[in-house]
Ligand binder design. Sequence first.
Ligand code: HEC
Length: 327
Amino acid sequence: MSEKDPQLKPGFNRFWMAIVTILAVLVFVEWIVPAASRGITGLPFPLTVPRTLLLIYMVLTLIALFLFITFSDEYLDEFWQPLKRFLRGDFGTGSHTAALVIVPLLVAWWVFDLKMPQLEPPLALRIQHPSSNFPKSSEDLKNPYTEPSENDVKAFIQEAKAGQVGFIPQLTTDLESWRDMNPDSHILEAINTGPIREFLVDLEDGNVDQESAKLALVEKNLFEGRALYAMNCRACHGDSAFGDGPMADGFKLRPINFTDNGTLETIVEGYTFWRVTNGGPGLPTEATPWDSAMPEWKLSLTEEQRWKIIMAEYDLAQKTPRIPEAH
Ligand code: HEC
């Protein structure tokens, strides 16, 4: 086979094919997959592609290309063609000069970047409760679902009388199938706990008092919070809030054990709300060196749902929030 042959069709030369394939795989995993994930999930951020996955794809691509190129001597010859032509100076002397300038510059930049001392002091200690960007206004926030207002209780009594108690949308399917199985029961009976049973007895007798209705409403809020916790937080924080969910072992910075005295109990409710709302991405630099995997819950849960989860979180851990100091 003549040396000149492959030059006639440079577009299909195996050398360029290898370069284009590597770039295509890189672009696919780095940009197309994250963009598609945004389209599929409808979330305002892309799902992360693990670095190891990119590495696996690149290694597989290189192995496949190696087999493809070394399949026969002709193929290998064809692969070397552009490099040989370049060395012979077929692309003009300018190309040699350009390579002599660009390649050392790239290597120099890479070495510089690698060896350049970092200006930030290394942070050995991680601050578990960083507060430099915690808005002061959130400090005194109270969970509106643990202490419902008189009006909320009144509205709840009206709803209960009409048998039309509103629940968070995440529970609709389960409550509907419960209703199908218990067509003659009050919807609140789905929550089979003391305060709810007492409230339903009062409701039946027609002498509902504000206090028992309030307890029942708090119980209903807690029920919703527990369901939301199971759906959203359990995977990392565990059934009993020990920080031992099935995903927990995958993180260098483990989910926190909420039953530990140094955690939930030491922070005010407003702080917990802010942490859950903004997740790991909302933490300032003193929370590094390891990044928290906590999702940014404001993107997928409403304010009401976040407060109800926090209620369930404290309840599961059997802890009470720290009381804000008087200013
Ligand atoms: C992908 C795993 C993951 C999920 C899901 C998750 N968390 Fe976390 N969470 C973490 C990790 C890891 C930490 C510990 C690192 C840190 O401090 O941010 C944490 C920390 C927290 C903290 C801070 C505790 C403290 O004492 O500072 C709160 C509060 C919290 N999570 C609440 C929640 C709630 C509520 C949910 C569900 C809506 C949830 N988390 C879901 C991983 C997760």
